[in-house]
Design a protein around this ligand. Sequence first.
Ligand SMILES: Cc1cc2nc3c(=O)[nH]c(=O)nc-3n(C[C@H](O)[C@H](O)[C@H](O)COP(=O)(O)O)c2cc1C
Length: 237
Amino acid sequence: MTGIAGAALTAMKTPGHTPNLTDSAPAAGLYDVINRRRDVRGEFSGAELPEPVLRRVLTAAHTAPSVGLSQPWDFILVRDAGTRRAFREHVLAERSVFASKLEGERAETFSKIKVEGIVESTLGVAVTYDPNRGAPEVLGRHAIADAGLYSVCLAIQNLWLAATAEGLGVGWVSFYREEFLRRLLGVPSEVRPVAWLCLGPVRELADTPDLERHGWRQRMPLEDVLHYEAYGRGRNR
Ligand SMILES: Cc1cc2nc3c(=O)[nH]c(=O)nc-3n(C[C@H](O)[C@H](O)[C@H](O)COP(=O)(O)O)c2cc1C
């Protein structure tokens, strides 16, 4: 790795490295990837994804932090066209279930939004959560069972950022019933499907989220979600 991203990595790896409080340049590569990351639906090219690149992206996911080092994730790589078509049919049916709850402007706006790129992407990566990994004494999970699930989401975020850095796109699909996906992919009953990720090369990454572009919802300013000392307290109270 060269340039700013390489410099940032070198800085991070240096023992005793003091963060530079006035200049964000050393971390610019990382922030650039964070800002360029998009949820992709319509921009997949379907082009081949070289095996070494896929391995790097999956290795990044597998490097994520996890409660008690349980690494409770598994990744099911799905290339089979029949499996992907079957999943897409199910997702479109669930899309209709959601659409049927909407009225007026919401229904009209949603009708224009694509919610998946299952068959257009190069492959699907189904990510699952195994609560028995490292059990029964998972260090740090005794009081918060969901900490296992949080760990899987961190692996997904690592995958998403690594894919973005590699010039790939990722689209998270959650319009499905867990039981359907479990049966489709032969996932054991105690293991929970967490996400279907559409993954592959893209024609481009959009500048703004699809949902903003279509007027579904706008990103909130950071200030709206900052609290000081206690929930609900602004800076001057
Ligand atoms: C848990 C989760 C589930 C999501 N499910 C879907 C989905 O089913 N279909 C979809 O098109 N986008 C899905 N998204 C993507 C979000 O719509 C997207 O992240 C959000 O609109 C912000 O856009 P951006 O990721 O491009 O910044 C999901 C994202 C997350 C984190």
